[in-house]
Design a protein around this ligand. Structure first.
Ligand code: 5GP
Length: 181
């Protein structure tokens, strides 16, 4: 490991940058096809989805608007608490709009359940979910994932937007911290 790569020592690649980018091309095509003739509001869930949202929206050949929503769902370092709150809300109303929620990972599903309930009270035309990752073993509530990147095992993942104590979001791949395995 070179000196400059030390900051990412101990992280094993689970999904490579190339695999992520190839999947995003596929997802972009599917979304473009499914919403043909419509306008779409992409709602990114901060902070974890910022890279995914940025790459995905460039593969959607439709008129779109992008908005972001901040949620906090944990207290612990690597465990979801189940207590969810909005820390920063959308800038624009979504009434009568097609919403595509863009999330980094659906783990227990509690965050997505809360978010879908909240957004549906704003009377959008439709709501669908696109998540880069899904950890099915951890699922506590059934929430739909209309567009999914990858299914991952029950391990704590970092990279490509996902953090551990605020770090590693800038990795181009999704990895597992070896000492958490
Ligand atoms: P859920 O409510 O589905 O349990 O958790 C959703 C949120 O928990 C995600 O948006 C993400 O912020 C965080 N999360 C869940 N699993 C992981 C993980 O393996 N790694 C990281 N970095 N965050 C996770």
């Amino acid at each position: 490991m070179t000196e400059s790569a030390k900051w990412r020592e101990g992280i094993r690649v689970l999904i490579s940058a190339e695999e992520i980018q190839a999947k995003i091309v596929e997802l972009g095509k599917a979304i473009t096809r499914d919403y043909a003739g419509s306008e779409l509001t992409m709602v990114g869930v901060l902070k974890g989805s910022f890279l995914f949202m940025a790459d995905l929206c460039r593969h959607i050949e439709l008129p779109i608007t992008c908005d972001f929503l901040g949620l906090s769902s944990y207290h612990g370092r690597t465990r979801t608490s189940g207590v969810i709150r909005i820390t920063s809300d959308l800038n624009q109303p979504v009434e009568d709009r097609h919403i595509l929620v863009v999330e980094d990972i659906v783990d227990t599903g509690l965050t997505m359940e809360y978010l879908l309930e909240n957004l549906s009270t704003r009377r959008p035309k439709s709501i669908k979910v696109c998540s880069l990752l899904h950890k099915p073993e951890q699922r506590l509530v059934e929430t739909p994932i209309d567009y999914l990147g990858f299914t991952v095992p029950n391990v704590f993942v970092v990279g490509y937007g996902l953090d551990y104590l605020g770090r590693y979001r800038n990795l181009r791949y999704v990895g597992v911290m070896e000492d958490a395995e």
